[in-house]
Design a protein around this ligand. Structure first.
Ligand code: PBG
Length: 332
């Protein structure tokens, strides 16, 4: 109680008085090394192609991707997650470009590894949606449903060619049952015991993937609700988490990030492996669009989203702002 009648006895504002004081008592710091840059590389283009719904993000040529990787190293970012966009006419029902050693993703992996060696953790997406003509994350059965076990065989092959091409980390994002185990086996049987798996453990069926579909020129009709999780569910994520760890996941991820911070916090509490969060295309687009209209302060909003994701328990954040944010953090 205060000695002065109704004046407050406790004054938390004392610790907010100056920037130096706020800096000292900050509980959460985002560091450039927390950040991972997702990047797109497209076959058959000679200049980068802008992605309309993700202002500032492009589909790279093989050349500009190498430059982007070098910039990421210079900015202090930890890793890069690569997505390949093959020529439309190469996409087919089983996603052949995904297992072709000369498919665009595999070429890009070789390019980037040759450019940055081990200075940047080079990751790649293990999923069929970028390489199939129907745009689903798996192969389809006679009824047009995504066939879990037939898809696993494709993932095993993809894992091998991506590891052969130099990926340090594989990110299976298709949400097929058993995908982590099958990929671990495929890696171990082909001499890639050191390649690790960042499992998309909790991946929700989200409207916020919209801009990504433009980024990878996806031909998807319909939705992914039979394999991605229902946004209503949290306990289901803990079940997926247990399975992924049992199957050999080295790191786990929650995706999207912003609308699922409660899931992220629960997952981070439950495990002792590194936890990543993917701030996805729609989360990026929302901030960029509002900033473009002058409705929010872009730079502050970006840092606030990253801080929130870190505070909720992520030790790694995949974000399209990785390089820019890392540069800003180094100046601050
Ligand atoms: C699937 C994949 C997707 C994203 C990453 N991996 C799309 C999807 O599930 O529809 C989305 C990333 C983003 O929206 O930024 N290969």
């Amino acid at each position: 109680m205060s000695a002065h009648g109704s004046f407050p006895g406790s004054r938390p504002r004392r610790l907010r008085t100056t920037p130096a004081m706020r800096r000292m008592v900050a509980e959460t710091r985002v560091h450039p090394a927390d950040l991972i840059l997702p990047a797109f590389v497209r076959e058959g283009i000679s200049e980068p192609v802008a992605i309309g719904s993700m202002p500032g993000v492009v589909q790279h040529t093989r050349d500009t991707l190498k430059k982007a990787a070098v910039e990421a190293v210079e900015a202090g970012v930890s890793g890069i997650m690569l997505f390949g966009v093959p020529l439309d006419e190469k996409k087919d029902a089983v996603g052949t470009p995904g297992t072709d050693p000369d498919g665009i993703l595999q070429l890009a992996l070789r390019d980037v590894r040759a450019e940055v060696g081990d200075e940047l953790i080079v990751m790649s997406d293990v999923c069929l949606d970028e390489v199939t003509d129907h745009g689903h994350c798996g192969v389809l059965d006679a009824q047009g449903r995504v066939d879990n076990d037939a898809t696993l065989e494709r993932y095993a092959e993809m894992a091998q060619v991506q590891a052969d091409a130099g990926a340090h980390v594989l990110g299976p994002s298709g949400m097929m049952d058993g995908q982590v185990g099958v990929i671990r086996d495929a890696l171990d049987q082909t001499g890639h015991e050191d390649v690790s798996i960042l499992a998309y453990t909790a991946k929700y069926s989200s409207a916020f993937y919209g801009p990504f579909r433009e980024a990878v020129a996806s031909s998807l009709k319909g939705d992914r609700k039979t394999y991605q999780q229902d946004p209503a569910n949290l306990r289901e994520s803990l079940r997926e988490l247990a399975l992924d760890l049992e199957e050999g996941a080295d790191m786990v991820m929650v995706k999207p990030a912003g609308p699922y911070l409660d899931v992220l916090a629960k997952v981070a509490d439950a495990v002792d492996v590194p936890v990543a969060a993917y701030q996805i295309s729609g989360e990026y687009a929302m901030v960029e669009a509002a900033a473009e209209k002058g409705w929010i302060d872009r730079d502050k909003a970006i840092m606030e989203t990253l801080t929130g994701i870190k505070r909720a328990g992520a030790s790694m954040i995949l974000t399209y702002w990785a390089v820019e944010a890392a540069r800003q953090l180094r100046l601050s």
